[in-house]
Design a protein around this ligand. Structure first.
Ligand SMILES: [Zn+2]
Length: 126
């Protein structure tokens, strides 16, 4: 295994790693190498730092999306996504709507006329 890391393999590792390919997959693609060996080599090549930054950016997005999907309450965003104090309202929503009453009002006021708000609330209270 001493001469495992040929230039071709290193190039392949670098390009796959840069794309954010999981170490396990890189190992499979390169063949005859363990996931740990791939990670170790990437570390020695100084590739791992780049990936970590990428991963944290991705996981932040994933967290927000996952949060929205798993949330039961109002999905009105408070603050700016990415900020530390960013959160979703989370109050009880109006059935069939993604927001609580308060934020439905804001949302509908933004999008449309007050007539639509009235219509919306008439429908929702029936
Ligand atoms: Zn709300």
């Amino acid at each position: 295994m001493k001469n495992y890391w040929t230039k071709t393999k290193i190039d392949k590792l670098s390009s796959l790693w840069a794309k954010g390919t999981p170490a396990r997959e890189i190992a499979e693609k390169l063949g005859n190498v363990s996931r740990n060996a791939v990670i170790g080599k990437a570390n020695r090549l100084g590739l791992s730092k780049k990936l970590k930054e990428k991963e944290s950016a991705n996981s932040k997005n994933l967290n927000v999306n996952g949060l929205i999907a798993s949330m039961k309450g109002c999905k009105w965003p408070i603050g700016h996504p990415g900020d530390e104090d960013f959160y979703f309202c989370g109050k009880e929503v109006i059935p069939g709507k993604p927001y609580c009453g308060e934020h439905c009002l804001v949302a509908y006021r933004r999008k449309d006329s007050s007539q639509k708000i009235k219509k919306f609330f008439k429908l929702s209270t029936d």
